[in-house]
Design a protein around this ligand. Structure first.
Ligand code: FAD
Ligand code: FMN
Length: 422
C-alpha cells in the first residue's frame, strides 16, 4: 500500500466543501483540512452555501462532506449547490470524493451524499477514494475517510485520525410545566421549563430526547432522538431552556414529556444546533411565519431580539386551529406588542369562521409583505411541511412578480428565506 501511494504525484489545490445542518460535516471538513495542513497539501475549506456548482469546472480536486436532513433532503445551506450540480455539463478533469453523513434510522440514508456521488460520476469526475456513508456515530468511518484521502493526496501513509464525538449528552431537570391551550381543544400543547447543564445554544437550535431514556417511561425501543425547538432566549433563561410540545397520542416521546414527567425529574438531552435557522442581525427587519408549535423557535427569536441593544423590526404571522382554545402564548404576544418588541402581528385560525391559514394572511397582506421584502427583510418559516410548502409557494410567486417590477429581488433564492419544517 505504501509504495502504491508513493507513486502518485501529489496534487495541489484541493477544495473541501461541506454542507451541514448541525455542524458535524463542518467538523469533519475541518479535521480533514488539519491533516492536509500537516501533509503540506494546499487546500481551502468552503461552506457549500457559498459555492456555485458551475465553478466546479475550475477545480482539480473537490472533497465533499455533506449530511442529509428532513426526509432525505440536503441541509438548507447545501440545497442550491445540489440543485445546480445536475445542470453542470461535464466534469471529466475533476477528482472528487464524498463523505456522506446520515442516520440509518431514516429511510433515505445518506441520500444527499449518494446523490452527489452519482451525479459526479455521471458527469465524468473520477473518484479519488470511494464514497463513505457514515451512520449516526460518524466519527470512525469519517476518520478512516480522512486518513485515506490525505494519504492519496500527499502520496504518503497518513497517521491515524481520531474524531471526538459531537453528540454530548447533557442533563436537564423539569422545573415547571403547564398546558398552553384549553382543555376543550382538539389537541394538547404544553409549555415546559427546564434547568440544565450549560450548553452553548442560540435561538433556532433544538434539543433532542432519546425516548428510551425517560424516567417512568413505557418499555420503549426508541433510540432516535425526538427534537424540540428551544422556545427561550439564553439571554433571559440563563440556566436552562423552555419548550413548547404538542402531544402525539401514540408517540414515544411527546406523551412522556407532557404526561409522565414531573417537576424535579431529570433526563438527558442532546443539543441540535441549527446553522441555517439563526436570527441574523444583518437585516433591518424579519417576518416570522409560524403555525401551531412552529411558534416555539419564534418565541426564542422575539425574546432574544428584545434583549438586544439594536433589535430588528419583527412582523409575526401566526396560525393555529381555534382562537378560543389554541391561541398559544396569547398574553405574552399582547405584552410584547405593547412594548414594541413585536412591531406587527397577524393571526389566522383554521377552525373559526372564516377558516384561515397563515398563507391566507400572506395573500391578504401581499402588498405590505412585498414592501417589507423589498426593503431587505428576512423571512423565517416554522411549522408543518404542508404549511411550509404553501408559504414557499407564496414567496416564489411574490418574488417572481417583484422581478417583473425590477425591484432587485428576482426569485426566492435571492430572498433571505429560512425554514424549519417538521
Ligand atoms: C428540528 C425539529 C424541531 C421540532 N420542534 C418541535 C417543537 O418545538 N414542538 C413539537 O411539539 N414538536 C417539534 N418537533 C416534532 C417532534 O420532534 C416529534 O416529531 C413529535 O413530538 C413526535 O414525537 P413522538 O415521539 O411523540 O412521536 P413518534 O413516536 O415519533 O410517532 C410519530 C407519529 O406516529 C404516530 N404513531 C406512533 N406509533 C403509533 C402506533 N403504534 N399507531 C398509530 N400511530 C402511531 C404518533 O401518534 C405520532 O403522530 C420538531 C422536530 C424537528 C425535527
Ligand atoms: C431532523 C433530522 C432529520 C434527518 N434526516 C435524515 C435523513 O433523512 N437521512 C439520513 O441519512 N440522515 C438524517 N438525519 C441524520 C443527520 O444527517 C446526521 O445526524 C448527521 O450527522 C448530521 O450532520 P450535520 O450536523 O453536518 O448536518 C437527520 C437528522 C435530523 C436531526
Amino acid at each position: 500500500m505504501f509504495s502504491l501511494y508513493k507513486k502518485r504525484p501529489a496534487l495541489a489545490e484541493v477544495t473541501i466543501l461541506f454542507g451541514t445542518h448541525s455542524g458535524h460535516s463542518k467538523y469533519v471538513a475541518r479535521q480533514l483540512a488539519k491533516l492536509l495542513d500537516l501533509k503540506g497539501v494546499s487546500h481551502r475549506v468552503l461552506n457549500m452555501k457559498r459555492f456555485r456548482a458551475a465553478d466546479l469546472v475550475q477545480e482539480r480536486c473537490v472533497l465533499m462532506v455533506v449530511s442529509t436532513h428532513g426526509d432525505g433532503e440536503p441541509p438548507a445551506g447545501a440545497m442550491r449547490f445540489v440543485t445546480e450540480l445536475s445542470k453542470v455539463p461535464e466534469l471529466s478533469g475533476l477528482q472528487y470524493s464524498v463523505c456522506a453523513l446520515g442516520d440509518s434510522y431514516y429511510e433515505n440514508f445518506c441520500e444527499t451524499g449518494r446523490y452527489i456521488d452519482a451525479v459526479m460520476m455521471r458527469l465524468g469526475a473520477r473518484a479519488l477514494v470511494p464514497r463513505v456513508d457514515c451512520d449516526e456515530e460518524f466519527e470512525m468511518p469519517a476518520a478512516r475517510w480522512i486518513k485515506e484521502v490525505a494519504g492519496v493526496l500527499s502520496g504518503s501513509v497518513a497517521e491515524e485520525v481520531s474524531l471526538v464525538s459531537q453528540t454530548r449528552r447533557y442533563k436537564a431537570r423539569l422545573t415547571r410545566q403547564f398546558r398552553l391551550n384549553q382543555p376543550d381543544s382538539s389537541k394538547e400543547v404544553f409549555h415546559l421549563e427546564f434547568e440544565s447543564d450549560l450548553f452553548p445554544y442560540l435561538p433556532g437550535d433544538s434539543v433532542g430526547f432519546i425516548p428510551s431514556g425517560f424516567p417512568n417511561g413505557r418499555d420503549q425501543q426508541g433510540r432516535t432522538p425526538r427534537y424540540y425547538s428551544i422556545a427561550s432566549s439564553p439571554l433571559e433563561v440563563t440556566n436552562g431552556f423552555h419548550l413548547t410540545v404538542k402531544t402525539h397520542e401514540k408517540g414515544l416521546c411527546s406523551p412522556c414529556l407532557n404526561h409522565l414527567l414531573r417537576p424535579g425529574d431529570e433526563l438527558e438531552f442532546i443539543h441540535l444546533p441549527s446553522e441555517s435557522f439563526r436570527l441574523g442581525h444583518d437585516h433591518p427587519a424579519i417576518i416570522l411565519v409560524a403555525a401551531g408549535v412552529g411558534i416555539a423557535p419564534f418565541r426564542a427569536f422575539i425574546r432574544h431580539n428584545a434583549a438586544q441593544l439594536n433589535p430588528v423590526k419583527i412582523w409575526l404571522l401566526y396560525g393555529d386551529r381555534n382562537i378560543e382554545t389554541d391561541y398559544l402564548y396569547r398574553d405574552e404576544w399582547k405584552a410584547l406588542l405593547e412594548k414594541g418588541s413585536i412591531h406587527r402581528m397577524d393571526v389566522a385560525f383554521s377552525r373559526n369562521d372564516p377558516p384561515q391559514y397563515v398563507q391566507d394572511l400572506l395573500r391578504i397582506n401581499r402588498k405590505d409583505v412585498a414592501q417589507w421584502v423589498q426593503s431587505g427583510t428576512a423571512v423565517y418559516v416554522c411549522g408543518s411541511k404542508p404549511m411550509g410548502a404553501a408559504v414557499r409557494g407564496f414567496f416564489d410567486d411574490l418574488s417572481q412578480n417583484l422581478a417583473l417590477g425590477d425591484k432587485g429581488v428576482h426569485d426566492r433564492a435571492e430572498l433571505a428565506y429560512y425554514e424549519e419544517l417538521f
